[in-house]
Ligand binder design. Sequence first.
Ligand SMILES: Nc1ncnc2c1ncn2[C@@H]1O[C@H](COP(=O)(O)OP(=O)(O)OP(=O)(O)O)[C@@H](O)[C@H]1O
Ligand SMILES: [Mg+2]
Length: 453
Amino acid sequence: MEHTILIVDDDIPSLKAMKKALVSEGHRILGATNGKDALEQIRHETIHLLLTDLRMPEIGGMKLVEIARKRNPDLSIVVITGFGSIESAVEAMKRGVDDYLTKPINITELRILVSNALKKQDLEIENRELRQELTVKYGFPEIIGHSVKMHQVTELVSRIAPTSATVLITGESGTGKELIARAIHKNSPRRDKTLLALNCSALSNTLIESELFGYERGAFTGAQEMRKGKFEICEGGTLFLDEIGELDSSTQVKLLRILEEKEFMRVGGTRMIKVDVRLVAATNRDLEKAVSEGEFRKDLYYRLKVVEIKTPSLRERREDIPLLVEAFIKEFNKKYNRKIQGISPEAVNILLELDYPGNIRELKNLIESTVILSREERIGPLDLPVPTKERRGGNEEDINIHIGMTMEDVEREVIRQTLVKVEGNRTKAAAILKIGLRTLQRKIKSLLPDLLF
Ligand SMILES: Nc1ncnc2c1ncn2[C@@H]1O[C@H](COP(=O)(O)OP(=O)(O)OP(=O)(O)O)[C@@H](O)[C@H]1O
Ligand SMILES: [Mg+2]
């Protein structure tokens, strides 16, 4: 199948060079030198792959990617970034870009990347119907951990899940409170009924009340229709109230009533409505302290913590780090179509030493960035985006020169690394190397014939 590729770059020589490199592969190539022109073409043409520079005046590459992706979810997108702006590559990958290239661009790498992205897209389109049939609804990732602390948690979850007991989950941010709440629902007899979540800190308290209990028509200005709240919609299921410590006193009273009497009134209503909903609440606040300071009702606190599950911080269960890392690598390999085989013991050692104020979420984000950035099969210490002792000793500007290399090898390496540092800018590279621009160009031609620009 012939594919149409749109290349967007405000630098005309590099646009031409990329066009040339890809047209010889049998693709139909369109070009644009600015975001506006690119958008125009996206609107009128069927495009399979968008190859765009991120740094452009007016409509930047990221904006273009966003609009193009909305118009065509199947579109393959590859972005080009400078070596110095690797964070923008990570950001782009997180926003659904398929891959990225760093300047200076190498022809072989460009071709392989484009061909892989197109292959992946063809496969995805072909298999879509098949997949739709086979799709197992995305549940939640397993609760990972073999430490004693995590065993205690999972053991408790398996014991209380089958009951309808109210559960209070407490723990620092990113320790898996929501994950546990979902696990409780999924392993309960309510699993086929609704699980709803409400974050109590995200809304004002008046809004929370109408979200939770619904309202009658005319209850307040704008209430033109009766609306059911989460408790009613959740009938027979589980309601997860996140950051419960943020509720104000009037909502606390209403919640207490539901827990005690299993009934409530819609806002503006006069009739009691019976419900059967299991409540799971979570907080990273110290509720006991909030109670002693008069900010949280004592009776509600005791009603909520019929069962309390404390999720341990990652610092308390460092032995789980290797297992978590392995699972996250797998997860992100899949998500970003990477083939990372594992991680070196030295790199694991670095991960074992970190503090993780953001707990598992922090470790997970770190692995996500590493999987996106690593070009190696195995993650090594240098691939980790963390300032480590090992790393501080080394230098990003080091060049790998060793005995056994010829002068020509050395020259090639110095030129290549300098070009990487200046994002392919020949004039800057020549100045650093203190040679003439022409000399540099001649050397590139003979030593690095594969370099595009
Ligand atoms: N034991 C675990 N195994 C695998 N993944 C986990 C585990 N615990 C947490 N995670 C992952 O870490 C991330 C954060 O977890 P979650 O959102 O459940 O934390 P939280 O305690 O609710 O955080 P916050 O207080 O900030 O809301 C999620 O992506 C979750 O899947
Ligand atoms: Mg949470």
